[in-house]
Design a protein around this ligand. Structure first.
Ligand code: FES
Ligand SMILES: [Fe+2]
Length: 460
């Protein structure tokens, strides 16, 4: 068991050579506490989307690791992310999920902060503080770096972290699949309705590794496949395995990001029926044509589940959603799910997809319920004295990834496994936990940014 001062994350607890990972990293309280320092205080984290705060004064209360943060747009329309904690005694200055405010007034003693974070109001400033409190010094705590990537907002507490695009590495291509329009125009996504939030009794890494690309757990979803909850009334999604030329695992080494990637056939297939909703079918037929016109061969790529390290999941294929896995103690995760549509899609399309999204995902989603049942019981059954002596197996497909895959002129950089041949691999999980172990051992970002190539290979 790794305790402070005697860590062995890369060599002991996460032993990728043997394909074994200790259960301790999921259930141990000390390791959980270290994750907050070493991962959530240093990594870039997803906070929200600018469509959630369209006007000056709009805010959305989000989460970075365990901590509450306020994503808001100030009077000058600049976007900020602040720690949601008063500088006086720490009270939450904003207790709503979202809304519009001129100032955030602390309910405890009444300090007020502008939407730019400045301390603007202090009760009895003259009498009690003799006008000597330095208001400039006591504004809300702001993140060290913020990035607006095609409307999605990301932040880190670490001033030494690399830029967000450097952090993503080659994964920008797959985040683009999430945020660009169905018709191939850039940055067309908007958040549909609110964000669903719910608690699952499992460690946050269970959903994170599952969405990294667990292609092995189809058995869990047999009932939804049989029921045909997909938008065309078949399977889970609007795309059967028969409709794709290639299905790949794509992992970005040194970054810990990974996704499943489908390559559509060069010749267009008849569009899905969308449950006899002709306007929706016609809309997507038109979008696909436009996308192929704008993007050429690149339009054949479709991403479905992927994970940006550490705790953001993407599903750019229907249902098009993003998820956050917020740690709430080692044995509990607060799951958040954002649903996306193209902002200028017809109302009928948005309504159709809304029904499908909540039928599939989130706390009421039939597919996600299958997953939660697994995470819940797997976690509980791993906590016992005997259970935690025995590691999990992560050996599937070890050593079979190719570097820089190419198919019909489409190049796919990274470590790639062709699932069309092997059906399933655990390369994405190994990529995720390799990065997890690096974060847990690295002293600072200079080490995290240089653990590459030969050094990483030697560590395996
Ligand atoms: S805790 Fe906010 S004003 Fe005292
Ligand atoms: Fe699943």
């Amino acid at each position: 068991m790794a305790m402070k001062g005697s860590r062995g994350y890369r060599s002991g607890l996460v032993d990728l050579q043997a394909g074994e990972i200790s259960r301790e990293i999921f259930v141990n309280e000390d390791i959980y506490a270290e994750e907050q320092e070493r991962i959530f205080a240093r990594a870039w984290l997803h906070v929200g989307h600018e469509s959630q705060i369209p006007k000056p004064g709009d805010y959305f209360v989000s989460s970075m690791g365990e901590e509450s943060v306020i994503l808001c747009r100030d009077r000058a329309s600049r976007i900020h992310v602040f720690l949601n904690s008063c500088r006086h005694r720490g009270m939450k200055v904003c207790r709503y999920d979202e809304g519009t405010a001129a100032v955030f007034t602390c309910p405890y003693h009444g300090w007020s902060f502008g939407t730019d974070g400045r301390l603007v109001g202090v009760p009895y400033f003259r009498e009690a503080y003799h006008s000597r409190l330095d208001k400039e010094k006591w504004g809300l705590i702001e993140v060290a770096q913020l990035a607006n990537y095609k409307g999605s907002i990301w932040a880190t507490w670490d001033p030494a972290a690399p830029s967000f695009t450097e952090y993503l590495g080659g994964f920008t291509r797959y985040l683009d699949l999430q945020l660009d329009g169905w018709d191939g125009r850039e940055a067309q996504a908007e958040v549909l309705c609110g964000v669903q939030k719910w608690l699952v009794p499992c460690n946050w890494k269970f959903p994170a590794e599952n969405f990294s690309g667990d292609t092995y757990h189809n058995i869990s979803h047999r009932s939804v496949d049989l029921a045909g909850i997909g938008p065309s009334g078949a399977g889970r999604r609007d795309m059967g395995e028969r409709d794709v030329s290639r299905k790949l695992h794509v992992c970005i080494p040194d970054r810990g990001h990974q996704t499943i990637l489908y390559v559509l056939p060069a010749e267009r297939l008849p569009p899905p029926a969308y449950m006899n909703a002709p306007i929706v079918a016609e809309y997507f037929r038109h979008c696909e044509e436009e996308k192929r016109r704008r993007r050429g061969e690149e339009a054949r790529l479709v991403g479905a589940p992927g994970e940006i390290f550490p705790n953001t999941a993407l599903l750019s294929r229907q249902p098009r959603t993003m998820a956050g896995w917020h740690p709430r103690g080692p044995h509990q995760t607060e799951c958040w799910r954002w649903y996306f549509v193209d902002r200028d899609a017809p109302g009928e399309v948005k309504q159709f997809l809304r029904d499908y999204y909540i039928r599939y995902s989130g706390p009421a989603g039939m597919t996600e319920q299958d997953d939660m049942e697994n995470w819940n019981y797997a976690h509980a059954a791993s906590r016992g004295t005997i259970a935690r002596r025995h590691p999990y197996n992560y050996d599937q497909g070890s050593g079979t990834a190719v570097t820089d895959y190419e198919y019909q002129g489409l190049s796919v950089p990274g470590e790639v496994i062709d699932l069309t041949e092997v059906q399933s691999s655990e390369q994405p999980m190994r990529n995720f936990y390799r990065r997890w172990a690096e974060f847990m051992e690295a002293g600072d970002w200079s080490q995290l940014a240089t653990w590459r190539g030969s050094e990483r290979k030697a560590a395996e």
